[in-house]
Design a protein around this ligand. Structure first.
Ligand code: ZN
Ligand code: ZN
Length: 130
């Protein structure tokens, strides 16, 4: 990762810190609500632009659920459990699954696989109760 070429503006540092402390996968709105406590003059558009930038640079990860972008600072390879009803996302760590997927990927022709993650779709406990 070419981190030395990345300009760490105050905004980017605050967003990275927020994501690091946030337990889950916040939406742009949630990141905005979180960082504006400290960056009182920041706009939602700026938060969005910075999230895009950080995702492009590989410093954070984007996950989609129900067409909504969510972000996370956890770069350790992991999988996601996604509720199709409420859009809730939970991390699912399984080295076994990662290793297996990468092994399967060796059979893919004309393509060099660098990473893999699996999404499990279904209904979360809360939605099942309702
Ligand atoms: Zn749910
Ligand atoms: Zn995650």
């Amino acid at each position: 990762m070419e981190s030395k070429n990345i300009k760490y503006t105050n905004q980017r540092i605050e967003i990275l810190n927020f994501l690091k402390d946030f337990d889950g996968h916040p939406t742009v709105d949630e990141v905005y609500e979180g960082v504006k406590v400290k960056l009182t003059r920041i706009s939602k558009a700026t938060v969005y632009k910075n999230l895009r930038f950080l995702t492009d640079k590989g410093l954070i990860r984007e996950v989609n659920s129900k067409g909504v972008s969510r972000f996370e600072g956890n770069l350790v390879p992991h999988h996601h459990i996604i509720c199709v009803e409420c859009g809730d996302i939970t991390d699912y760590e399984s080295e076994e699954l990662t290793d297996y997927s990468l092994k399967v990927a060796e059979d893919i022709e004309n393509f060099k696989v660098e990473a893999t993650d699996t999404n499990f779709y279904g209904f979360c406990g809360k939605c099942l109760e309702e």
